[in-house]
Design a protein around this ligand. Structure first.
Ligand SMILES: *Cc1c(COP(=O)(O)O)cnc(C)c1O
Length: 409
């Protein structure tokens, strides 16, 4: 982490704020991308916009050669605005928007989630018989346990055969790809299992080599020792994943001259570690033995992970006489009892100190509601060590300009 830069920002900027470590992000991108490409040449990374759609980050991904993986018209429009051609945008998801047709007619990549969507696309195909439409199918994954995934087609069932038949009935529609994604199974074993299922799908439904197979996302990214230890088992390296996934694929297609493109769609893996959240301690109190520090940030700023793990946390001391706590709960501004950012922190702390939460790049900025307070600004490492603001603080206007006021103000 660029500690000095964060300390400089604390001196000069209003809290709370996010900080994006550009260099760390780029290094991580190269590491993941090169590891996969060194084992399988035709590998392509596709960045999941919903995980963190900060345009500055999406633009870096584009410069590095990554595709855009989108699941709504809003995200699709962002990818277009950033300058992507449709052939480098992957439109996924169970509820695609109105712009799907435009995307398809411009040669975009689409993975069909369900039979009704296939009907929709075939209607489009009939309207534009001169345009060749290529599609992928999302394959449902059985992740075991008591949980049934809602996404994609179940292998071997009538719905998938019907969808393929429907596509085949249209001369200008062809199924050229396969897709899957599970977010709740990040181990190497789960990745081997999904690869097996995808190769099974190739065997069942393809009489030639597919143009692409997208394996979705859900790898562990790099993380600090502190966070790593909370996951129990050892966190695999990119090489572990790449070998488990790409070697069976390379073997399966060893006899064919043309190999399918293999995609993965990292979001969390790419970005989580490289965003920090900086917040100030406003007051500390003790009630019936529970110590609580209230900050100007919130659990909503940290994203889902904050409720699942103890995020790595550093204190930037600005108070003169911090008190020694055996355990203090770090609380947010939201007036919710459950707004706990960190439970039971053992530390020296006083109001006026700053807390730097690490590993908050995934599902944080994108899921921050305008609840009680608008969102804060974000900074990044700029050129020659000067930080730049890559997202301004939201304003009163950002929140309220969309409402109707009965009384003209
Ligand atoms: C959410 C999502 C991703 C990214 O998942 P992460 O857990 O952020 O890596 C990739 N592909 C699809 C289809 C998704 O829905």
């Amino acid at each position: 982490m660029d500690n000095d830069m964060i300390v400089d920002l604390i001196e000069s900027c209003k809290t709370p704020f996010y900080y994006f470590d550009v260099e760390g992000f780029i290094e991580n991108y190269h590491d993941l991308n090169h590891t996969f490409q060194s084992i399988y040449k035709n590998y392509q990374l596709s960045y999941s916009y919903k995980t963190n759609y900060t345009p500055y980050i999406c633009e870096i991904v584009k410069q590095l050669g990554g595709y855009a993986e989108v699941v709504s018209d809003m995200e699709y429009l962002l990818a277009k605005k950033i300058g992507y051609e449709n052939c480098h945008i992957v439109y996924n998801g169970p509820a695609k928007g109105e712009l799907l047709e435009e995307h398809i007619l411009n040669g975009g990549i689409v993975n069909v989630d369900n039979y009704d969507e296939m009907i929709r696309i075939c209607k489009l195909a009939q309207k534009y018989p001169q345009i060749k439409i290529k599609l992928g199918l999302r394959i449902n994954m059985d992740v075991g346990g008591d949980f049934i995934s809602r996404f994609g087609f179940e292998l071997g069932k009538t719905e998938i055969s019907d969808a393929i038949r429907l596509a085949d009935n249209n001369e200008n529609v062809s199924i050229v790809g396969l897709h899957c994604h599970i977010s709740r199974a990040r181990g190497v074993g789960a990745w081997s299992a999904r690869t097996k299922t995808m190769l099974e799908a190739v065997k069942l439904y393809f009489d030639k080599v597919p143009e692409y197979i997208s394996l979705g996302s859900g790898m562990f990214g790099k993380m600090s020792e502190e966070l790593c230890s909370q996951f129990g088992a050892e966190v695999p390296s990119y090489r572990d994943y790449a070998e488990a996934v790409l070697q069976p694929i390379a073997e399966y297609f060893s006899e064919t001259e043309i190999k399918p493109m293999i995609l993965t769609e990292p979001g969390t893996t790419l970005v989580s570690r490289y965003v920090y959240f900086v917040t100030k301690v406003l007051n500390i109190k003790t009630i019936r033995g529970r110590n609580m520090a209230t900050t100007d940030g919130s659990f909503e700023n940290l994203g889902e992970i904050c409720g699942l793990k103890k995020l790595p946390l550093k204190i930037v001391r600005r108070s003169a006489n911090p008190k020694d706590y055996q355990g203090v709960d770090i609380m947010g501004y939201t007036c919710l009892e459950q707004d706990v950012m960190y439970k039971d922190l053992k530390c020296k702390l006083a109001s006026g100190d700053y807390l730097v939460f690490e590993n908050v790049g995934g599902y944080s900025i994108v899921s921050k509601p305008q609840f009680i307070k608008p969102n804060c600004a974000m900074y990044a490492t700029g050129f020659e060590g000067v930080p730049i603001q890559i997202m301004r603080e939201e304003t009163f206007e950002d929140v309220f300009s969309k409402f109707v006021f009965q009384q003209k103000l």
